[in-house]
Design a protein around this ligand. Structure first.
Ligand code: PSU
Ligand code: MN
Length: 302
């Protein structure tokens, strides 16, 4: 397999120590510079403090790397020619020796292929509003239907059609667990307004769900661990709704489509809220990184 693991990650995977996969699209395309590099390092540090080894995944000159070095992370955080890579792009980008950032879809696929079972991100992709006309549904969903990995996130990005996304996850057979909640989180906001069928109380309980899924051998799908921000740490819901309405209008006016939609909407949030959404986004990712590390540690003890 043409995937390069860092020495540290290879050793950890080999002896069953806890490892958490991290994506690079949030670094290259989801967070503004120059904060993105600092935040990427903070995410890795948070994973370490919570008992696991971070494995940030990305492509450097055509090589898929699991466990980017600090130089490689810096490169992906600062260059202008870093391509957003979904699963379908990986082979072409490798042949062209490109630099690339992996999304939830491609990060999950690569992590599972090398034996990493837990992944932390901010918010998943999903079904976009007006997808009934545009057919814009993130490849994150279909990939998670085929990839055995637990993804810790604060739900799906609130820029999406949350109800439609939950319906698709049900159809695709992807389990959704609320972490200490029975409501699906709304990314920037604590509660998306949708109920969940299952709630779990501890990293150990999540690890036992993963183990049961593996032992049953009945399906090869991912598991979403939906970890809401505490209410006092969320983005003000009114500010959120106003900013989103403006952002959706801008995207339509500028005829932004395809994989550019999500980065454009996130960038709009970060500038229109004068950095408030950025602070919230960072808190989301750090909370998820901590929980993911605790889950990986619990899983490796079982
Ligand atoms: N979550 C964030 N910021 C992001 C993303 C998720 O907090 O930038 C990225 C993830 O990489 C996710 C991608 O896979 O957005 C979804 O993009 P699309 O809607 O084009 O599939
Ligand atoms: Mn899309």
């Amino acid at each position: 397999m043409s995937i390069r693991l860092s020495e540290e990650v290879a050793a950890a995977v080999e002896d069953g120590s806890p490892v958490v996969a991290l994506e690079s699209t949030i670094v290259s395309h989801g967070l503004p510079r120059p904060d993105n590099l600092r935040i990427a390092r903070e995410i890795e540090e948070t994973v370490r403090k919570n008992g696991a080894i971070p494995a940030t995944i990305g492509m450097v000159e055509g090589d898929l790397v699991v466990g980017l070095s600090d130089d490689e992370l810096t490169r992906l955080a600062t260059r202008d020619d870093v391509v957003k890579l979904s699963v379908r792009d990986l082979a072409t980008a490798a042949a062209k020796k490109a630099d690339g950032a992996t999304t939830v879809a491609s990060t999950s696929a690569i992590a599972a292929a090398v034996g990493i079972g837990v992944f932390a991100t901010g918010g998943l992709g999903g079904v976009h509003r007006e997808a009934n006309q545009t057919f814009d549904e993130s490849a994150d969903l279909i990939t998670l239907a085929q990839t055995p990995i637990a993804v810790v996130c604060a739900g799906v990005k609130s820029i999406l059609d949350v109800g439609a996304t939950l319906e698709r996850l049900e159809t695709l057979g992807v389990g959704v667990l609320g972490y200490r909640t029975s409501r699906f989180p709304g990314f920037f906001i604590t509660d998306s307004g949708f109920d969940l069928g299952w709630s779990v109380e501890s990293p150990e309980e999540i690890a036992s769900v993963m183990k049961a899924q593996n032992d049953q051998g009945l399906h090869e799908a991912g598991l979403i661990v939906a970890n809401p921000l505490p209410v006092d740490e969320q983005l003000d819901p009114d500010l959120h709704d106003r900013t989103l309405a403006d952002g959706l209008r801008l995207v339509a006016e500028r005829k932004i489509t395809g994989k550019d939609v999500t980065p454009a909407l996130l960038a709009h949030f970060h500038s229109a809220t004068e950095g408030k959404s950025l602070e919230v986004n960072v808190r989301i990712i750090l909370h998820n990184a901590a929980l993911a590390a605790q889950i990986a540690a619990a899983a490796s003890r079982m």
